[in-house]
Design a protein around this ligand. Structure first.
Ligand code: TRP
Length: 366
């Protein structure tokens, strides 16, 4: 008989170092909500990775502490539903530290040094020779995050692929050396190019708080309008009649990411689709302001319900902490079950092992 049991499990998460922005929304949050609602997964775990955030924010614990609630509010206002997804805080699951400690035996320093994500992050942070050990080893801790829940599926951005690869290696090694307890996860990538790497409003590679080029989920309608109106477009498109360029044109990149067919009917019915709009822009005769107004309408349509839900949720902050507490407790039970299997496979489960105690007694009998 065919086995109809659902066996796929999702785990993913974010470092709580700031409010979430529309890049997070289109690159991952929307996807998570779809996966959560698809009914195809046995469980969905969403982790606020505060311990990982601390690995490069030792000077700034308050930032991490303050942003837990911001990230949780952003999650739930986007449609992550605590009834369907387990929302948890990494530091509240001590089992993850234990797993990390044991996995460290399975990874070499050289392998961590070769991890491309760690490499580029070390450069970005100018750590040079003063790399905190906790930061250097965070891929091992991330492997614990993933394997503790026996996640099969990790929806992430492509910058996280080396983490998943490292996790798979740890799983393979563990299962080979000890016993086949752990599950090898697979990354689930966003296929839409514009969604995968949404640029900042200034056209710079990525949205980042320090560059001040983000549209936050919690921004007011006015803030969203102002930010889009001042978005980087095409510096050669000086007059409406000039031919415009799409390459590197932030407004069009956003349209590639956010625009759906039905938006034309609602907000810009002179055009049938995005290709027609692009063709007109490239021919000349289409002004930036018209395209920006269209994008504003789309973004407000998407963000308005998120803002409304957030306003509601903000009225009862203790309830949000309660959700995180419940989620963390539930997650902890799962992690504890995996840890017990891991310790048993590693032969460090002495007190649960009646056979061991009996055999040792026999050794010393008469
Ligand atoms: N490293 C991830 C990021 O910076 C956050 C994260 C921590 C994560 N643990 C995870 C992502 C486990 C996926 C799975 O975005």
């Amino acid at each position: 008989m065919e086995n109809m049991e659902k066996d796929k499990i999702i785990l993913t998460g974010d470092r709580p170092t700031g409010r979430l922005h529309v890049g997070h929304y289109i690159g991952s949050l929307l996807r998570r909500v779809e996966l959560q609602d698809s009914g195809e997964y046995k469980k969905t775990f969403i982790m606020i990775a505060d311990a990982q955030a601390l690995t490069d924010n030792i000077e700034n614990p308050e930032k991490v502490r303050q942003n837990i609630i911001e990230v949780a509010l952003d999650y739930i206002s986007c449609g992550l539903d605590p009834e369907k997804s387990t929302l948890l805080i990494q530091s509240q699951i001590p089992e993850l530290c234990e797993l990390t400690f044991y996995y460290m035996d399975l990874v070499t320093v050289a392998r961590l040094q070769r991890n491309p994500t760690v490499k580029s992050e070390i450069q970005m942070r100018n750590f040079e020779s003063s790399i905190p050990v906790g930061f250097f080893t965070y891929p091992v801790s991330q492997a614990a995050d993933i394997t503790a829940f026996k996640a099969t599926t990790v929806p992430v951005g492509d910058d996280q692929l080396p983490m998943i690869e490292q996790t798979r290696e740890i799983v393979h090694k563990f299962n080979t050396v000890y016993a086949p307890v752990l599950v090898e996860p697979a990354a689930l990538l966003q296929e839409n190019e514009a969604r995968r790497r949404l640029p900042g409003t200034d056209g710079k590679a990525k949205m980042s708080k320090s560059l001040g080029n983000c549209i936050y989920l919690a921004d007011t309608a006015d803030e969203v309008r102002t930010k889009i109106m001042s978005m980087y477009t095409d510096p050669l498109h000086l007059q409406v009649s000039d031919p415009g360029h799409l390459e590197g044109n932030t407004v069009f990149t956003y349209l590639d990411a956010f625009c759906r067919q039905e938006h034309f009917g609602r907000y810009l019915s002179d055009y049938a689709n995005l290709d027609e709009l692009k063709a007109h822009y490239q021919r000349g005769g289409l002004g930036d302001v018209k395209v920006k107004r269209f994008l504003i309408n789309i973004m407000q349509e998407i963000l308005e319900p998120v803002r409304k839900r957030r306003k509601e949720l903000e009225k009862d902050i203790p309830a949000i902490y309660e959700i995180l507490k419940k989620g963390s407790e539930e997650a902890r039970e799962t992690a504890a079950r995996t840890l017990a299997e891991v310790k048993s496979a590693m032969r460090i489960n002495y007190f649960d092992d009646a056979e061991l105690i009996r055999a040792q007694s026999e050794k010393y009998e008469g």
